[in-house]
Write a protein that binds this ligand. Sequence first.
Ligand code: 4AD
Ligand code: MG
Length: 438
Amino acid sequence: MKKIYFNELENYFDKEIEICGFVENIRNIKWVQFIVLRDSTEKIQVTIEKSEEKNQEMVELVNNLSVESTIKVTGSLKKNENVKLRGMEFIPTKIEITSKSDLELPLNIHDKEAQLLDQRLDYRWLDLRNEYNFNIFKIQSDLVKYMREFLYNNDFTEIHTPKLIGAASESGSEVFEVKYFDRNAYLAQSPQFYKQMAIASGFDRVFEVAPVFRAENSNTNRHTTEFTGFDLEFAYIDSYQDVMDLEEELLTYALKKLNEKHGELAKRLYNKEIVVPKNKFPRIKLKDLYMELEKRYNYKIDESEKNDLTTEAEKLSYKYAMEEFGSEFIFVTDFPKDKRAFYHMRENDIPQGYDLIYRGVEITTGAQREHRYDVLVKQAKEKGLDKDVEFYLEFFKYGCPPHGGFGLGIDRLTMLILGIATIKESMFIFRGPNRLTP
Ligand code: 4AD
Ligand code: MG
């Protein structure tokens, strides 16, 4: 039998049906018992008249019922203007406890501020019963769905690359080593090498949504040791500008759809507007950005720090992008080569890539890739990587079209879209230097 979800109860007045959910609240007063029952969509009041002879068994059961137990209730739905919750109530003929909860809950599910975030994460399965929390993942699910949809509509193929690998793809220091029989393997820091291999294999356009591991011992609101990467790569581009164009189109598409479906919910639960970009995202060189930030906001840092984006500069770049272009997004280009991966193509020694900053936080690094074997070998050597990445360099020996792509962190993007304070909350299960459970 199909479960009747509480948000479709309006279709079932005065019919005998069965409903089931979590017991959110029990009120036991002189003549009557009220249960607020909750499922993933809505709540409904169940009302039991104590005086009625036929209800005695149920009354006894409810006397011993604990909140957060799950029950199955048979009966019928009645309109009742006096019921605050939706103007209706469920009159049961039979109640069955399908799972009993301990009387003492380790968490206040309905007030997330009542405990520390770490306590909430310890009992994440209870924490997620709060609508604020679980709707993050309803929205995230659709976000990824729309991003995928855009790529399927544009002839991309979804691939699945290994997460156990023989060499670090980004920088060596942030890689988890794992025992692999009698030798060592690493957890993939990105699907970088394999999505590029797909291009060398003649797939014109590929993407992957998969776990990414980073051995970053940092406790910020935006770093985690395992996150979901949204990575793509496509061939026959002329420049990294094409990669930015595609990302801009993809995000605009996804945010538009997301706003149509969840705009109201995002406002109600997170007090955040899902803003659909109206124009192209501004693009600025790193050097020029620092000039603007100094000029406008008197942001001064040491010359030596200007070869990368500081956290503060990211924040201010949002302010700048909003003020100057009315855009929540800004592409920053022309990073120096020592700050970029060896596989970024360079022109006049400048890496042909970018970071995308959204609401003041980096969400993407992208680039045109170096596909010319000799040049790539030279760039790998320069970073002292040539031995480690020998297998990867081989991909470019037998013909590989010009191509580019990017990697985007889904958890960060979710956090920023909904204005959630920390990535610990925008991940179903957070992983950090001090957390491997639940
Ligand atoms: O900037 P990153 O390291 O770039 C790469 O992985 C390249 N292979 C991408 C490419 O195709 N050129 O990571 C990409 C994105 C970041 O912009 C950020 O959104 C997210 O992944 N990210 C993290 N999210 C959470 N915790 C971390 N520790 C993250 N590190 C990166
Ligand atoms: Mg980056």
